[in-house]
Design a protein around this ligand. Structure first.
Ligand SMILES: [Zn+2]
Length: 324
């Protein structure tokens, strides 16, 4: 924890210098290994930029405590001098207004999360909380633009992040379920591949017959029974047919084998997804979400429902599941 404080002191100092942006400091802190504290349910992970922002705006760092909206002098050692703390607030405010003007807010959930009420995208905007501090929030773009009649309230970004994490806990398959699903999938594929084997054997027999026909035709030609121009026409016809069969044999060979492997991979991912997602950085979280979900709808009261990407809709056994 002591080293955590050192990181925070450093962050205040460099941000107050005005030469570093929040994103640069965030990257540097992650490179230095600053993580969240682990809890029994969640391992520690690199801190989010929203957490860094919260740390830099927390009056606790200058030795104060807040209680019911009022600020009091705390009894703890300040982490930074008051002067530095106020410099940081001034810089954050001025840069915030500049960022508001351009509206550039990238977040790994952007493009994945949607309003559960009207179905429009959730976008990030900065809003004041009841203490007058400015925080980034998810808001419904339908409501924000007035395009829909939506009344959806702004949502704290970390609440939405938490909802998605919880959702993964719900869809993760247990070892027993995994075995069960794998058994069903493989039984289906065994059936498909048995049919495929019949088709493969039919195609192979047909190819052997054509090879045989080609050989007989050649012998007939040598025996003087088939003139050269007819031989050429017949040989071309047989070559085309063999080419077609070869093509279908190859296509059949890949089709189920690769689909089967893909499903196995998907199931393996689903069996370990909570840990994978928890340890993932923002870029990989984005990839996870894009792989699993077409869209995630955030409802009031923290309910979530999703549209899955293939094949997870089938593996998760339902198109929509809700989580309290
Ligand atoms: Zn909405």
């Amino acid at each position: 924890m002591k080293s955590g404080y050192l990181h925070i002191t450093w962050a205040f100092q460099v941000y107050a210098s005005g030469r570093w942006t929040l994103a640069q400091i965030h990257r540097e802190l992650i490179a230095r290994g600053l993580t969240t504290l682990p809890t029994p349910k969640r391992p520690s992970k690199p801190i989010a930029i929203s957490t860094l922002h919260r740390l830099l705006t927390n009056p606790y760092s200058k030795g104060d405590v807040t209680f019911k909206g009022a600020t009091y002098k705390g009894t703890h050692e300040p982490i930074v001098p008051k002067k530095v703390w106020y410099q940081v607030q001034a810089l954050l405010d001025s840069r915030k207004s500049a960022a508001d003007a351009t509206q550039v807010h990238e977040h790994y959930l952007k493009g994945t999360v949607y309003c559960g009420q009207c179905g429009e995208r959730l976008i990030i905007t900065n809003a004041k909380n009841r203490h007058g501090n400015v925080y980034p929030y998810f808001v419904c773009s339908g409501r924000h633009s007035g395009r829909t009649e939506c009344t959806r309230q702004a949502m704290l970004i970390e609440d939405v992040e938490g909802l998605i994490e919880n959702y993964y806990e719900m869809i993760e398959v247990s070892p027993g379920m995994r075995q069960d699903l794998a058994g069903k999938i493989h039984a289906d594929f065994d059936q498909l591949m048995a049919n495929e084997a019949k088709e493969l054997s039919r195609l192979t027999t047909e190819r052997d017959r054509l090879d045989d026909e080609r050989m007989k035709l050649l012998q007939a030609h040598y025996a003087g029974a088939v003139p050269i121009d007819l031989l050429k026409i017949e040989q071309d016809r047989i070559a085309n047919q063999i080419g077609d069969i070869q093509h279908r044999l190859e296509a059949h060979h890949d089709e189920y084998a690769s689909a089967r492997a893909h499903l196995d991979d998907s199931l393996g991912l689903l069996a370990n997804i909570v840990g994978i997602y928890q340890r993932a950085d923002d870029a990989n979280r984005r990839l996870c979400n894009q792989a699993f979900f077409h869209r995630i709808f955030i409802e009031e009261e923290g309910y979530t429902h999703v549209e899955y990407e293939r094949p997870y809709g089938a593996l998760c056994n339902t198109e929509e599941r809700s989580t309290p």
